[in-house]
Design a protein around this ligand. Structure first.
Ligand SMILES: [Zn+2]
Length: 168
C-alpha cells in the first residue's frame, strides 16, 4: 500500500472523463488500498480516483467511527431537497466555501467484492460526500458552483480549523 500524490485544482486529470471499472482485479484492489492510505494520510473523509491521477469510476469514503465505504461505478439514483452547507476538498487545499447540496442522496454502486449495494444518507456529511465524490467522477469540483473566487473562505482566517478533517 502506498500514499499517492494528490492532484490539485488546475490539474487536467480532475476534469477528464472517467471510465467504468470492467473487472475488479488486483490492480483495482491495489488502487482502492492506496486511495484509502492517501485519504487517511491527508486526514480527508472522501477521495475519488481522479484526485490521485486515475480516470476511473472509483471513490472511497471514511467518516470517523464509521466503516469504510468503497464505491465502484457509483450512480446517483435519487436526490431530494436542497440545503446550503460549507464544503472543502483535498484538491482545493486551504479553503472552504458555502454551496448548495441535496438534503438526501441515494447512490448505488459495487463494493470491492463486486457486490451491488445502495447507500442512502440525509442531512449529514455522508450525503455531502456522496455528491462531492460523484462530482469528482464527472470532472466537477465544488468551486465550479461558486459565482466568484471571493466566495472561497481561507481556512487560516478561522480560529479553529476543524473543517480540515472534513475534506473530501
Ligand atoms: Zn474533493
Amino acid at each position: 500500500m502506498a500514499v499517492l500524490r494528490l492532484r490539485f485544482a488546475g490539474d487536467p486529470v480532475l476534469r477528464r472523463k472517467t471510465h467504468a471499472i470492467k473487472k475488479i482485479d488486483a490492480s483495482v484492489q491495489r488502487l482502492i488500498d492506496d486511495m484509502l492510505d492517501t485519504m487517511h494520510a491527508a486526514h480527508g473523509v472522501g477521495l475519488a480516483a481522479p484526485q490521485v491521477g486515475q480516470s476511473l469510476r472509483v471513490a472511497v469514503i471514511h467518516m470517523a467511527e464509521e466503516e469504510v465505504i468503497v464505491l465502484i461505478n457509483p450512480q446517483i439514483v435519487k436526490r431530494t431537497g436542497e440545503r446550503r452547507i460549507e464544503e472543502g476538498c483535498l484538491s482545493v487545499p486551504g479553503y472552504v466555501a458555502e454551496i448548495a447540496r441535496s438534503e438526501s442522496v441515494t447512490v448505488k454502486a459495487l463494493n470491492r467484492e463486486g457486490r451491488p449495494f445502495r447507500v442512502r444518507a440525509k442531512d449529514d456529511l455522508l450525503a455531502q460526500a456522496l455528491e462531492h465524490e460523484m462530482d469528482h467522477l464527472n470532472g466537477v469540483l465544488y468551486i465550479d458552483y461558486l459565482e466568484s473566487a471571493d466566495q472561497l473562505i481561507p481556512l487560516e482566517s478561522r480560529e479553529e480549523t476543524t473543517v480540515a478533517e472534513e475534506e473530501l
